[in-house]
Design a protein around this ligand. Structure first.
Ligand code: ASP
Length: 325
């Protein structure tokens, strides 16, 4: 029998509220051992070791907790007795944590993140079934080397591409144009695609971190002036722009981007449009100061820029990194 380490961080999967209701609850209230008690048969799937890293609503996640979580997993996977890792997590920031782990974990062992849209006290809470499937996926030989995966509602997503696409339904995740990696039916795992971006043990960022540079995000909208960019530049080494269309913005923003780039701030252009790709663009960025985010959303581009800035401040190198990861 395999051994799976479950690292619990909180979220709705550990949430409690009024009996039966799906709203008005508090995330991160019960322990992972309490959740396991409501999963019949889980101990016949694998031996389980539990670690309660924190018990938070995932909106409290930050780079310090991401580093702590990743460093914890990097040391657990060195234990030959541990075959796979499951992380329980709030759904709101799962996509950021999953990408940070995708880039920094140094392992081929399966790492699966899951959560729930309904608290533990709701009628038909979805957490226990998601956790049951996540443990089965972490036990599967097919999941080795697939990178960090997010398991939700019978569906396997890539840690790089997963996005919360619905803030209400239990089928809350998607990968937009790239679909998903596969499906699960109860314990059975069916993969039908994989991520071609570098991840985990093939990532140049795989390893432990104790500090990360500050990177901010600026959202473009009609009529916004450039003061937000100057404000963010005061306390960040990098700024991710969430532009319109294919990563676009006004002349006022372009003037500020040119000015701040010359002062050493590194900009990434991403888009507020949910599907598509951002390439470099000589019209919106004539000096080619900005790094194009490729298919990464603003919040995911921020994770990669923090790690990229750890390695280099050279824009051309960072552009190469954004094409590979
Ligand atoms: N606010 C919760 C969290 O992210 C939402 C959830 O888990 O579904 O922790």
């Amino acid at each position: 029998m395999k051994t799976i380490a479950i690292i619990a961080t909180g979220g709705t999967i550990a949430g409690t509220g009024q009996n039966g209701k799906t709203v008005g609850y508090h995330a991160g209230e019960i322990s992972v051992d309490d959740i396991l008690q409501s999963i019949p048969g889980i101990h016949e799937v694998s031996r389980i070791r539990t670690f309660q890293l924190c018990n938070l609503d995932s909106n409290e996640m930050n780079k310090e907790i991401w580093m702590q979580l990743s460093n914890t997993i990097n040391s657990l996977v060195l234990d030959e007795d541990i075959d796979g890792i499951v992380v329980t997590h709030g759904t709101d920031l799962i996509e950021e944590t999953s990408y940070y782990l995708t880039l920094t974990l140094n392992t081929n062992k399966p790492v699966v993140i899951t959560g729930a849209m309904r608290p533990d006290t709701a009628t038909s809470a979805d957490g226990p079934f998601n956790l049951y499937q996540a443990v089965n996926l972490a036990c599967s030989d097919k999941a080795r080397g697939k990178g960090v995966m997010v398991l939700f509602s019978n569906t396997i997503f890539s840690g790089r591409d997963v996005q919360k696409v619905n803030n209400f339904k239990i089928d809350a995740f998607g990968q937009k144009a790239s679909g998903c990696l596969g499906y699960m039916q109860d314990e059975e795992v069916y993969f039908f695609s994989e991520s071609f971006k570098k991840h985990t043990s093939n990532s140049v960022f795989a390893g432990n971190y104790t500090t990360l540079p500050d990177v901010g995000i600026a959202y473009f909208y009609g009529g916004v002036d450039s003061s937000i960019l100057y404000h963010l530049a005061e306390k960040n080494e990098g700024i991710v722009l969430v532009g319109s269309g294919s990563g676009n913005y006004s002349q006022a923003w372009l003037n500020a981007i040119n000015d701040l780039s010359e002062k050493g701030i590194v900009f990434v252009r991403s888009s507020r449009v949910s599907e598509g790709i951002v390439f470099s663009d000589k019209v919106f960025d004539p000096n080619e100061y900005c790094v194009a985010s490729n298919t990464l959303s603003g919040q995911k581009a921020r994770i990669l820029l923090m790690l990229a800035l750890k390695k280099t401040k050279n824009r051309e190198d960072i552009k190469r990194i954004f094409n590979e990861y």
